[in-house]
Design a protein. Structure first.
Length: 335
């Protein structure tokens, strides 16, 4: 099979590799599409930062068709369309027992932390990580939806102040969170500097702002930071506290690799919490299939498909011109 293997910064090579054989409890997936995450771009341009097992096959937003199963897995799964929930946890440590699997002492993540992923024609995953869905065109959105469902669960405790959310950063994660919250009855607004992304959000009834200074102050139950590190946009984290009502929260989803600054007094006096949301937990998985089905149409519209062989050029293009991209998915033409 063909596979993209990551060796180091700017060293991502298309190679021939043997088709993996599923072991006990595993399934073999013929990958139909694999999303390109901003993390993949960051790791290619300046990593490794999160990638911790080299060389390996990246790609943590993927899915496809089960074509083989290992011992202990029913053959009835063969032919099923699945999206991959990439998190691997031990189930035994204190964090797993507290249902905080994203903090597992032995955390793994297909395509990112310790395990090969979906930038290949075939991939092997544990059977429980292959979630059957009925939306084959958007199987690459499984991981993002799980991240969004985690945010939805975290903000429920603040909803008694009112279900008003501001999302900063209208990339794929921010847009999916916005769509999911809107689907669940939240009033959602979005701050995003890039015009095309604002227009997309507007087309689904989401009010947008181009800069944080335009956003009304003390107006939101929660602000969900999906901006993270961006070479073009100055950090907005410190300004977000002025947008939250007393007793509300800033949910930190975006990844920052450099220092950010803010004034703690503003958080203290308004009892505004900073709540990190890293990956997802197993509690989100039961809602994944329904959520993917409910948001199928906007997720299809977000997707830009590129040929499997064009990965490296696309990573460079995404970094240089984000205005041209929503969610990019690598696909195999014969799949």
């Amino acid at each position: 099979m063909k596979a993209w293997r990551y060796y180091d910064r700017r060293k991502l090579h298309l190679e021939e590799a043997p088709i993996p054989v599923p072991k006990a409890g595993e399934v073999l997936i013929k990958v139909t599409s694999c999303g390109i995450c901003q993390t993949d771009v960051d790791e290619f341009m300046g990593g490794p930062k999160l990638f911790n097992k080299l060389p390996f096959i990246p790609g943590h937003e993927f899915g496809g068709i089960i074509v083989d199963v290992g011992p202990g897995v029913t053959k009835e799964k063969i032919g099923k369309i699945v999206t991959v929930a990439p998190l691997i946890s031990c189930g035994q440590c204190k964090f797993c027992k507290a249902e905080r699997q994203s903090l597992c002492d032995q955390l793994g993540y297909y395509g990112m932390i310790g395990y090969d992923g979906g930038f290949a024609e075939y991939a092997v995953v544990k059977a429980e990580n292959a979630i059957e869905v009925n939306t084959p065109e958007i199987v690459h959105f499984g991981e993002i939806l799980l991240v969004a469902l985690r945010v939805l669960h975290l903000i429920e405790r603040y909803s008694y102040w009112g279900k008003r959310a501001l999302i900063t950063g209208g990339g794929p994660v921010g847009l999916v969170i916005a769509l999911l919250l809107k689907h669940h009855g939240w009033e959602v607004e979005l701050c995003e500097i890039r015009n095309r992304r604002r227009q997309f959000a507007n087309s689904f009834g989401i009010k947008t702002y181009s800069i944080i200074n335009e956003v009304p102050e003390h107006n939101y139950t929660v602000v969900i930071d999906c901006t993270g590190e961006d070479p073009v946009i100055p950090h907005t984290f410190g300004e977000q506290v002025n947008k939250v009502t007393k007793g509300g929260a800033i949910i930190l989803v975006g990844v920052y690799f450099s220092e950010i600054s803010f004034t703690p007094l503003s958080h203290l006096s308004g009892e505004i919490e900073i709540v990190p949301s890293f990956l997802y937990t197993l509690k989100e998985i039961p809602a994944l299939r329904e959520s993917m089905h409910a948001l199928a149409e906007p997720l299809k519209k977000m997707t830009q498909r590129i040929p499997f062989e064009n990965l490296v050029n696309t990573l460079l293009e995404i970094e240089m011109n984000k205005d041209n991209f929503f969610k990019v998915a690598l696909y195999n033409a014969d799949h």
